[in-house]
Design a protein around this ligand. Structure first.
Ligand code: THU
Length: 141
């Protein structure tokens, strides 16, 4: 196992562990997301649904909130784990949320219970994206 593989394995275990805590009584679709930051920290979160459906939050959004709340800012690598046969790629809103804090070449691994199924860059998930550079002076972010 290369060091890179080991880092992905750490994200996989973290995402899988929190996926087990997903609160998804409406969709019954359990998701876990783990983010490694450029500082080396790992933040993992699950989806949290709500009886008022739009108030539910995705796993990726929760992990990003943890990262920002901890004072960390830059995403280095992401892993999302879902259920079923289809790839659990981040939803459109989560792609935009990730893009805010990640360079375009950051890797997003999409996993099932057995392991990583496919890997994308942020740019592949959200081509020609709108981001902080459109609004902020580079010294501000
Ligand atoms: N979900 C996530 O948490 N992340 C994704 O990338 C896709 C969808 C959640 C939202 C909702 O709780 C459930 O999966 C079904 O859409």
């Amino acid at each position: 196992m290369t060091p890179d593989d080991r880092q992905v394995q750490v994200l996989f275990e973290a995402a899988k562990a929190v996926q087990a805590n997903a609160y998804a009584p409406y969709s019954h679709f359990h998701v876990g997301a783990a983010i490694r930051t450029t500082s080396g920290a790992v933040y993992a979160s699950c989806n949290v649904e709500n009886a008022a459906y739009p108030q539910g939050v995705c796993a990726e959004g929760g992990a990003l909130s943890m990262m920002i709340s901890a004072g960390d800012r830059r995403v280095a690598e992401v892993l999302v784990i879902g259920e079923g046969e289809l790839l659990c790629t981040p939803c459109g809103g989560c792609r935009q949320k990730l893009r805010e804090f990640a360079d375009l070449d950051v890797l997003v691994h999409v996993a099932g219970p057995e392991g990583v199924r496919r890997t994308f860059t942020i740019d592949e998930l959200l081509p020609a994206s709108f981001g902080p550079g459109h609004l902020l002076d580079p010294t501000e972010a």
